[in-house]
Design a protein around this ligand. Structure first.
Ligand code: UDP
Length: 253
């Protein structure tokens, strides 16, 4: 079989050239990293779980009209996605204080925020993805004012959707990160949600017990990461208990 052309290799995923122009194959690896890759491990099965969970969330977003890059899942580890120009920002939405916000501002983890807070980090591993403000984004031309309005609107829609879906299965959405990319439809350009939505990029706490069901389990050595992600997948019905076979989410046209 001919080797596919690798377009980009990140810490948790690899992108290959897709079968048609304007598409990419996104491969989910088992590699886990934290603290800007200072902590590393291979967690068997993580890639499969994140592939299924990202498919589930992106399909849900499509069904409520939030544009995103997901086209279809190809197999246990790969999905076909629309190619886009990634805006070099990590867009973080927070509902409760945790992680770097708690550290920076001295707010106890778990404190409810008066409104969702959106933060931006400049995507640059060498710099450790520094927090930036809208002034930096405008001055350095990373996104236009129109892009920023669209990014806020996308981020808040994803937040409402994900918060509701997770609450429905007894999980609190504390915070999450998305990435956004630019696509061209004829003469028009627009922004779509890209990358992945998975427990690698969200903080998810059990509503009743506060148990962490996200990458903090790995960051803070709290137990088995696959057990935590499997529990999220099981509650959502993405992966029934005891099964390695995912349930395919339905795309509503
Ligand atoms: N996050 C992410 N990738 C990053 C940085 C953060 O997916 O490179 C997610 C993280 O999982 C959490 C949210 O963004 O859900 C907020 O992360 P925070 O700024 O608190 O950073 P951390 O404490 O993870 O360093």
């Amino acid at each position: 079989m001919a080797r596919r052309k690798k377009i980009y290799e990140g810490k948790a995923k690899t992108l290959f050239e897709g079968p048609e122009p304007g598409t990419l194959v996104q491969y989910f690896k088992d590699d886990a990293t934290a603290f800007n890759a200072e902590k590393k491990d291979v967690i068997e099965g993580k890639g499969v779980l994140n592939n299924m969970l990202s498919e589930y969330f992106m399909t849900g977003l499509t069904n409520i009209g939030v544009p995103n890059h997901f086209i279809r899942r190809l197999n246990m580890r790969e999905q076909l996605v629309r190619a886009c120009e990634i805006i070099p920002l990590e867009i973080i939405v927070r509902n409760f204080a945790a992680g770097s916000l708690s550290k920076r501002l001295g707010i106890e983890e778990g404190t409810a925020l008066p409104r969702p807070i959106i933060e931006y980090c400049y995507k640059d591993d060498r710099l450790g993805d520094p927090l930036v403000g809208e002034e930096h984004i405008a001055a350095f031309g990373w996104a236009s004012q129109q892009d920023m309005d669209d990014i806020v609107s996308l981020a808040l829609r994803v937040n409402d959707f994900l918060s509701g879906v997770m609450y429905g299965v007894g999980i609190k959405l504390v915070d999450f990160k998305i990435e956004v990319g630019r696509v061209y439809d004829g003469d028009f350009q627009r922004l779509i949600v890209a990358d992945e939505i998975s427990p690698d990029s969200c903080r998810l706490w059990d509503v009743a017990t506060g148990q962490k069901l996200d990458k903090d389990v790995f960051r803070r050595d709290l137990g088995s990461l696959t057990d935590a992600y499997t529990e999220v997948a099981r509650r959502l019905g993405v992966m029934p208990k005891g099964s390695a076979v995912p349930i395919k989410p339905t795309l509503i046209n």
